[in-house]
Design a protein around this ligand. Structure first.
Ligand code: DQA
Length: 142
C-alpha cells in the first residue's frame, strides 16, 4: 500500500470556523473521514501542528517512513527556511498544497519557500485540493 502523510501547519486546525469565505466551512476532521473512505487503497496518516519545530520533526519522521507527503505549511510556507530544508532533506515525494490561491492574495503570501523542493503543487482548489493530490498519487501521475 502506498503510504501518504498529510501534514498541515498553523491555524489549519481551525478549518471550518476560520474565515470560511476563504477556507470553506468543512472541518478537517470531517474531511479526513471522507478522504479515508474515498481513498481506501492508500495508507493515510494525518498530522497537524501550530509549531514550526514540530512540523520539521514530523516531515523528518514521515519523510523517511512514507512514500508521499502532502504538505500545507500554511503561513510557514512564506517564512520558514527550516521547513523548506526538511522538505528538501527527505526521500518522500512532497506535494505542496494551499487551499486558497496564494497568488491572488496579499503580497506576503506570494512567496512559497517549499515549492522548489516539491514534485508538484496545488493551490486555489479549496479543501478539495487534498483529494486532487491523493487522486494524482493513486493514478501514478506524480
Ligand atoms: C494557506 C495560505 C497561507 O497563506 C495561510 O497563511 C494559511 C493557509 C492555504 O491553505 O490557503 O494559513 O496555506
Amino acid at each position: 500500500m502506498i503510504k501518504v502523510a498529510i501534514i498541515n501547519g498553523p491555524n489549519l486546525n481551525l478549518l471550518g470556523k476560520r474565515q470560511p469565505e476563504i477556507y470553506g466551512s468543512t472541518t478537517f476532521d470531517e474531511y479526513l473521514e471522507k478522504l479515508k473512505a474515498d481513498f481506501e487503497d492508500l495508507d493515510l496518516s494525518y498530522y497537524q501542528s501550530n509549531v514550526e519545530g514540530e512540523l520539521v520533526t514530523a516531515i523528518q519522521d514521515y519523510g523517511f517512513s512514507h512514500d508521499y507527503i502532502v504538505i500545507n505549511a500554511a503561513a510557514y510556507t512564506h517564512t520558514s527556511i527550516a521547513i523548506a530544508d526538511a522538505v528538501a532533506a527527505v526521500p518522500a515525494t512532497c506535494i505542496g498544497l494551499h487551499i486558497s490561491n496564494i497568488y491572488k492574495r496579499e503580497e506576503e503570501r506570494h512567496v512559497d519557500l517549499l515549492a522548489k523542493y516539491c514534485k508538484a503543487c496545488l493551490f486555489g482548489f479549496g479543501i478539495e485540493g487534498y483529494a486532487l493530490a491523493l487522486r494524482a498519487i493513486t493514478q501514478g501521475d506524480v
